[in-house]
Design a protein around this ligand. Structure first.
Ligand code: SF4
Ligand code: SF4
Length: 454
């Protein structure tokens, strides 16, 4: 046997324990602090030490692996299987690119367009064709502001649900909305068409948020969104509440968390996610007001999450998860579809179909690929071609990071899209352990053990 190349160990002083995380299996193991030396000895020379409970645990968690297992090959297999597996369908659909907000960092160019009845008909045929041989499909309604096209969302989501039921495939759907128009009536309509997952952005505390996320007419939006989030949480929507963090709003997120925690929000239904703002080129120019680098953001991310946990919010189980691909942009089965039924690979290409589309959905629901260069540049992007990634110890949790800047030819630099785990994995191990402990995780010794079977 030999030691995995993806083991991480960190002491957690408050409980006098040693946490071990294997980034390939996703297993987080808990050992008494005094076992550190014994563990090191086993890992250094596994075949020369006798079998023991500790050794067995290390084998089970894949901290120790067979001599002839090439972990890079294993990860590559996982990545290829996910990218080229035809047995699924992921759709990011923008029923309109129109928006009622005017956020400075928005990468979507807000053309005044909504899906026509002809395009809606094409979308139905596209779905019919795609689900013939798959087991699962998912739709994420995005924009622009998708609630501005609620009729289209309803019609298509109802259709996708009905068809999926008939074909016996799993279907899930979610909406990314700015939350401003999420009235009780809209909440009811979303519920009726089977949508119960929302992603809503609040960019820090009142004054920061209102500076970044104003209506097109220049009105404040904080109070309205907060009121709507609270209402939807009580109606049992699962809400991913996101804050885009920049240097100027970073301190305000603590006040936001406090205000949320002190409200009558149903906390169990909220996942608070602080995010780094990504600098992208738009038709309106380059935006990155006062962004953190990935490394800088990685230093504050655990602090913010710890604060939210201390105020009663849960942490995502994906905090320490392994992944097969960073996102779907270089996968065969992910389609980003705009209101004209143009098809793209990346969310950040929305609103710029002229340059970035790979093709469009035709009258019979088929995809007419018209720009093979765009398909090739996304589909041929492979983290296993990049030496830094192949050597990187968080590769199984990142798989090459966000490829946007590299694929779009803006830079050859590796690191612009790196996962935050490259810099803050140890803090996340401690935080996730603490969260599991406080929430009475049934088997603290084996948190998340063997999430990945390959
Ligand atoms: S993108 Fe960065 S963090 Fe991700 S695998 Fe490559 S080097 Fe590692
Ligand atoms: S490439 Fe980056 S920006 Fe594009 S969908 Fe993936 S994570 Fe998002």
């Amino acid at each position: 046997m030999k030691e995995s190349g993806y083991n991480f160990f960190v002491k957690y002083e408050p409980d006098n324990i040693l946490l071990g995380y294997n980034c390939v299996s996703g297993g987080l193991l808990v050992f008494p602090g005094q076992q550190h030396d014994v563990i090191n000895k086993i890992l250094e020379n596994p075949d020369k030490v006798e079998d023991s409970i500790i050794k067995e645990k290390l084998i089970k968690g894949r901290f120790l692996i067979d001599d002839d297992l090439d972990e890079i090959q294993l990860l590559k297999f996982r990545n290829n299987t996910a990218r080229f597996n035809p047995n699924g369908l992921g759709m990011v659909i923008t029923p309109t690119l129109l928006c009622n907000f005017d956020c400075p960092y928005c990468y979507v160019d807000r053309e005044r367009v909504a899906m026509s009845p002809e395009t809606v008909a094409k979308m139905k045929l596209f779905f019919d064709k795609k689900i013939e041989h798959i087991g699962a499909a998912a739709a994420c309604w995005s924009g622009g502001e998708p609630i501005l096209a609620i009729d289209t969302v309803e019609e298509l989501n109802n259709y996708f649900r009905k068809k999926s039921l008939e074909e016996d495939i799993t279907f899930s759907s979610s909406v990314i909305t700015n939350g401003y128009l999420l009235s009780p009536e809209i909440v009811e309509r979303l519920t009726q068409c089977g949508i119960s997952v929302l992603q809503i952005t609040i960019d820090g505390y009142r004054e920061h948020h209102n500076r970044f996320r104003r209506t097109q007419g220049g009105q404040d939006t904080y109070e309205k969104i907060l009121e709507n989030v609270i209402y939807a949480s009580k109606k049992d929507f699962k809400i991913i509440l996101r804050s885009n963090i920049q240097k100027e709003n970073y301190q305000g997120v603590y006040q936001l968390i406090d205000e949320l925690a002190d409200s009558d929000l149903k906390k169990d239904n909220i996942l608070y996610v602080p995010c780094n703002v990504m600098a992208v080129e738009t038709n309106r120019g380059h935006y990155c007001g006062n962004c953190f680098s990935n490394e800088e953001f990685s230093a504050i991310e655990p602090e913010i999450l710890e604060y939210s946990m201390n105020r009663g919010f849960k942490l995502s189980k994906h905090l320490l998860s392994t992944t097969s691909t960073f996102c779907g942009a270089n996968s065969l089965t992910l389609f980003v579809i705009d209101a004209y039924a143009n098809v793209m690979k990346c969310w950040c290409n929305l609103g710029r179909a002229d340059k970035n589309m790979t093709g469009s959905i035709g009258q019979n629901g088929e995809i007419n690929y018209s720009n093979h260069k765009n398909i090739l540049k996304w589909m041929s992007w492979d983290p296993f071609d990049i030496d830094e990634c192949k050597k990187c110890r968080v590769l199984p949790a990142c798989m090459g990071g966000c490829m946007y800047h590299n694929v779009m030819g803006e830079t050859d630099e590796i690191g612009v899209g790196c996962s935050q785990r490259k810099y803050n994995l140890s803090q996340m191990m401690k935080l996730y352990y603490e969260f599991c402990k406080r929430n009475g995780h049934a088997k603290l010794q084996d948190i998340g053990l063997l999430k990945n079977k390959t």
